[in-house]
Ligand binder design. Structure first.
Ligand code: IMP
Ligand code: MG
Length: 193
């Protein structure tokens, strides 16, 4: 089948045009993920590891990370959603999709795209801990420590970033930009349209 090159270019151009600047290139992300994978590989020697990705933002990061973890492992996903505006005060999140198996006695490594207020991960860690796993740790690609509202220190962190809204490499704005192969800062105009 012939690709419509002109159309493909236009679509890419539109997405790129909404990006003010590239914060992390695909290459930088790839290098950092290799380091994280090595660290995790060392820390979990001899353990039964369940890698638990949080949909949808963590999908790209997780796909790359698990290929850098040189251990036998299984993976699963959870999907969560915030309870509307009350989330910021209560930190209650709703589980839309849960793990498919018991996590009793298992080492859980939660994979997130970004830790912002920390409310989502705090809730998830507490929820999972009640199911008697062997351990629950967190790896996040990005961390905005300046935005934290609760105590939440990721066990592994790719990059600490400033308080700017970023998209790409899984992260979205209105469900878009997830497929950008890098992390970029959105132009203010993009929020307004
Ligand atoms: P929190 O740590 O509970 O505040 O929520 C983290 C979630 O907020 C992430 O999983 C993202 O879905 C979303 N989020 C926070 N900051 C950003 C950002 O800069 N870009 C895209 N999504 C973000
Ligand atoms: Mg998310």
């Amino acid at each position: 089948m012939n690709m419509d090159k002109t159309r493909e270019k236009d679509v890419n151009k539109t997405m790129e045009m909404d990006i003010a600047n590239v914060l992390l290139t695909g290459e930088a992300i790839k290098r950092r993920i290799a380091e994280l994978g090595e660290e995790i590989t060392q820390d979990y020697q001899g353990s039964e590891l369940l890698v638990l990705g949080i949909l949808k933002g963590a999908v790209l990061f997780m796909a790359d990370l698990i290929r850098e973890i040189k251990l036998p492992l299984t993976f699963d996903f959870m999907a969560v959603s915030s309870y509307g505006a009350s989330t910021y005060s209560s930190g209650v999140v709703r589980i839309l999709k849960d793990v498919e198996r018991s996590v009793e006695g298992v080492h859980i490594l939660i994979v997130e795209d970004i830790v912002d207020t920390g409310l989502t991960l705090k809730y998830l860690k507490e929820n999972l801990s009640r199911r008697n796993p062997e351990s629950v740790k967190v790896v996040t690609l990005l961390d905005k420590p300046g935005r934290r509202k609760v105590d939440m220190i990721p066990d592994y962190n790719g990059f600490a970033i400033p308080d700017e809204f970023v998209v790409g490499y899984g992260l979205d704005f209105n469900q878009k930009f997830r497929n950008l192969p890098y992390i970029g800062v959105l132009k203010p105009e993009a929020y307004e349209s």
